[in-house]
Design a protein around this ligand. Structure first.
Ligand SMILES: Nc1nc2c(c(=O)[nH]1)N[C@H]1C(S)=C(S)[C@@H](COP(=O)(O)OP(=O)(O)OC[C@H]3O[C@@H](n4cnc5c(=O)[nH]c(N)nc54)[C@H](O)[C@@H]3O)O[C@H]1N2
Ligand SMILES: Nc1nc2c(c(=O)[nH]1)N[C@H]1C(S)=C(S)[C@@H](COP(=O)(O)OP(=O)(O)OC[C@H]3O[C@@H](n4cnc5c(=O)[nH]c(N)nc54)[C@H](O)[C@@H]3O)O[C@H]1N2
Ligand SMILES: [Mo]
Length: 764
């Protein structure tokens, strides 16, 4: 059998005789295959969105220094010429300004497959070329990545590995308080690939057990068939503080747990009681902020301490201003309840946000493509990219450090789409024109590829062979090639091989191995890892032939923080006190007004709490039909659009008050920008919110002299600011907008066609 794999699932290749007849179908043992896969082939085979030949931006050839980077046409060139330009430009920038002026942070999800992981290839190449400025943390959960080591003594990754298994929750938990829900929508995805989607069936089992399931979220669909607490967005910290307050007032705080396993409780307690700031964090106080009923909060507080309870949070909650606070307050609440370290109860982060979180799995650190060492130590927190470009030499704070932004002359981006993922894209366009050169490897004419100076066409996973090897997934797959590369696309490995040849270090880059030899090498190293784990991998030949290997005994249930709780003296946490810190001296000493030393209610920079009556809160979460911007041009995503525009969800009463109907085209706007969307009505969203998923390909135009994104990309509306001076994560979920009917003629999309490209001159 032949297979391929993606972040949204693993597939059998079903008809592999001629290119046009090829199809894929999910693994037969996947209980809930993702809908995203249905749009994969059509997206990858769409000639209007694939980059067929290397291209160079016209203005760059004419020496415009980036000025016209966001609105230019291209000239097609041969691979030879493209490689020559890219190599000599890298060389020029290095010689003139040093490697610290090359930004290779290049964030993004790229594709599944161990060898062809685009960022690994880029980093290996740039490291050999003298290094680059990198990026830290993720757009997914930067606040957690930075704060967990302080308060929990674990990296976010280690905590995720340790997450209490969902089957234990099903078995033991009596009340599951899920902030941002637990959603099958986001659980379609697992980084590096997934062979099975199990979250929907865990949720069914939980429901069948009559567990009290509470979905604290502005959207009902975040946890179907549960009790919906339609909280006002960005106020979860207030609810969490009030739950703690009511537990304390009722004399039900688990003092034993607090004493043995936490530090700083007295400081947090004084804050809860209002002793330190004059405001008691009571349920009456929180009810007004959260738009919930005080008696419900009080009753819930008492139930949480008298039953087996789990406090769970989605990743999305911390992608907001002061995103550290709900994480810390949720952990603190779980400490007051005192059921951490026991089966199925306590505190969890990310159930449903990604398929593997809480999955009973055997974790195996498989080998990957070695990247070498980066001689440049400078980095930025990933979401500070626009600030870096706009304020070279400017200072910012990050995790207790005062840091300086480098001056960037050259950006090299692979496997990511910053014109999908970054906030305030209108400002980002300005920032993006600052460097002298931008080089992008892409398979599709994404908004980022359209804003590059040198565009190097890459293959998709379906056009090459690879191995799906994921630390959290029990299935190893040999990924077969389905099609020949479209146009002149090349694998990223081949592209960097040619570049390193031009720069004189090909042999260091390839280690004299071709692709097949690399796959063999990775497999051989994997065999060693397997042996250490007590099982044997088949030979490479038989793996290629069979296509699939399943790790034995792959189901392991863990309980978060179990060893610490069972013996805190022998297994202390790696925090300043060896315990969970409810007041953290290190963070307090940073003296950050936006991240004090204990969980604190801080009003967001923009929220419904101080909104005008006609403003709505924008929720821009992950799309159901695609992975971010990937496959947006595929059939599944396009079928979901309204008149080719991304659907926006609004409550019917809100729509009616504005004279809007299902199917209308609307303009969603604020001071930062405006976009069009197609209207869909739903009673499952708060009346003061509007939801527009991320990922519609960015298509900014000038309509009647005003800038308008015509496709439905929410990042023209979001705020480009850090969560706090501690972690500098993005705050995509914090934004207010206004909505009105679009009555002017509907502008055509430009991203449905390639950019303007001039064919290569004969004599070039
Ligand atoms: N408003 C708002 N914005 C958000 C979020 C939000 O919740 N709200 N979420 C944020 C989050 S959590 C994330 S993770 C980011 C995601 O942001 P990204 O990861 O940047 O988004 P993707 O669309 O997955 O971009 C991956 C790109 O890699 C390309 N690619 C795929 N395979 C290959 C390959 O083999 N080689 C090369 N060269 N290229 C390849 C794809 O064509 C695609 O353009 O978005 C963030 N942005
Ligand atoms: N289908 C699909 N799945 C994906 C992805 C994708 O692109 N498509 N991307 C993957 C990636 S990279 C990531 S990081 C994860 C992200 O996974 P999540 O971060 O969990 O997903 P989001 O959709 O951003 O947010 C989840 C929910 O949080 C709720 N929410 C927003 N603001 C608030 C608030 O203030 N309070 C509360 N209580 N709830 C709030 C929203 O209603 C939203 O539906 O998803 C992964 N899964
Ligand atoms: Mo993410």
């Amino acid at each position: 059998m032949k297979y391929t794999a993606s972040h949204w699932g693993a597939y059998q290749i079903t008809k592999a005789d001629t290119a046009t007849q090829i199809d894929i179908k999910p693994l037969p043992d996947d209980p809930a295959p993702s809908r995203i896969g249905r749009g994969w082939i059509s997206a990858a085979r769409d000639r209007d969105s694939r980059i067929l030949k290397p291209a160079i931006r016209k203005g760059w050839l004419e020496g415009d220094n980036g000025a016209n980077r966001c609105r230019d046409s291209f000239v097609e060139v041969s691979w030879d010429e493209a490689i020559r330009h890219a190599a000599s430009e890298l060389q020029r920038v290095k010689r003139t300004y040093g490697n610290g002026s090359v930004f290779g942070g290049s964030y993004g999800w790229s594709s599944a497959g161990r060898f062809h992981h685009a960022q690994s290839q880029l980093r290996r190449f740039l490291n050999l070329a003298g290094g680059f400025v990198s990026s830290r943390d993720t757009y997914s959960h930067a606040a957690a990545e930075v704060i967990y080591p302080h308060i929990l003594g674990l990296s976010n990754r280690a905590f995720q590995d340790d997450m209490t298994a969902l089957p234990l929750v099903t078995e033991h938990c009596e009340i599951l308080l899920a902030f941002g829900g637990i959603s099958g929508r986001t659980a379609q995805i697992a980084s590096s690939g997934t062979s099975a989607h199990a979250v929907p069936s865990w949720l069914d089992q939980l429901r069948a057990k009559n567990v009290r399931l509470i979905n604290v979220s502005p959207q009902e669909s975040d946890l179907d068939k549960s009790e919906w607490w339609a909280i006002r967005p960005s106020t979860d910290t207030a609810l969490l503080l009030a739950l703690m307050y009511e537990i304390v007032v009722a004399g039900r705080a688990n003092e034993d747990f607090l004493k043995r396993y936490t530090s700083g409780w007295e400081v947090l307690r004084a804050y809860l009681m209002g002793e330190s700031d004059g405001v008691a964090k009571s349920s009456d106080w929180a009810a007004t902020l959260c738009d919930l009923a005080a008696p419900d909060i009080r009753a819930l507080a008492l139930q949480l301490v008298s039953r087996k309870s789990m406090i769970a949070m989605t990743w999305g909650m911390q992608r907001a201003d002061h995103g550290e606070q709900p994480l810390w307050a949720g952990l603190a609440l779980a400490c007051l309840i005192g059921q951490i370290g026991q089966p199925g109860t306590g505190y969890a982060f990310g159930y449903g946000s990604s398929s593997p979180v809480g999955q009973p799995s055997r974790l195996i650190s498989w080998p990957s493509m070695p990247q070498g060492k980066n001689p440049i130590s400078d980095y930025i927190p990933v979401a500070r990219i626009a600030d870096m470009l706009l304020n070279p030499g400017g200072s910012y704070s990050y995790n207790g450090e005062n840091r300086i932004y480098p001056t960037t002359r050259l950006i090299w981006w692979v496997g990511g789409n910053p014109f999908h993922h970054h906030q305030d894209l209108n400002q980002f366009e300005d920032a993006w024109t600052r460097p002298e050169t931008v080089i992008v490897n892409e398979h599709s004419w994404t908004a980022t590829a359209r804003r590059a100076d040198i565009v190097l066409p890459a293959t998709t996973p379906m056009e090459r062979t690879d191995i799906m090897l994921s630390r959290r997934d029990p299935t190893l797959l040999y990924m077969s090639k389905l099609f020949d590369p479209m146009g002149e696309a090349k694998d990223d490995f081949e592209i960097f091989k040619l570049l390193s040849r031009a720069l004189g270090f090909e042999q260091s880059f390839t280690e004299r191995l071709d692709q097949e030899a690399w796959l063999r090498e990775i497999w051989q190293q994997s065999a060693v890892v397997a042996q250490q784990q007590g099982f044997e991998l088949p030979s490479f030949e038989s793996f290629v032939k069979e296509g699939r290997f399943d790790v034995p005994d792959a189901s392991e249930c863990r309980i978060a923080l179990e060893s610490f709780v069972s013996d805190p003296k022998t297994n202390p946490l790696n925090t300043e006190s060896g315990r969970i810190t409810l007041f953290n001296e290190t963070i307090a000493a940073m003296d950050l007004s936006d991240c004090p030393g204990h969980p604190t209610w801080l009003e967001p920079c923009e929220s419904l709490l101080d909104a005008e009556p006609d403003q709505l809160h924008l929720i821009s979460g992950q799309p159901d039909t695609r992975l971010h911007s990937q496959n947006d041009r595929g059939s599944e995503s396009r079928a979901d659009k309204i008149n080719e525009r991304e659907p926006a969800y609004l409550h019917p009463e809100t729509a009616q008050r504005r004279g809007l109907c299902e199917g209308d085209i609307v303009k969603i706007a604020n001071d930062r920008g405006a976009c069009l969307a197609g209207l869909r009505l739903s009673k499952g969203i708060r009346k003061d919110c509007i939801a527009l998923a991320t990922g519609a390909w960015f298509d900014p135009q000038t309509i009647n002299n005003f800038p308008l994104e015509v496709h439905g990309n929410p990042n023209v509306l979001t705020i480009d600011k850090g969560t706090s001076g501690l972690s500098q994560g993005n705050i995509a979920h914090t934004a207010l907008v206004r909505v009105e009917k679009w009555t002017a003629p509907l502008p055509d999309l430009t991203i449905s066609k390639p950019p303007k490209i001039k064919a290569q001159p004969e004599s070039a």
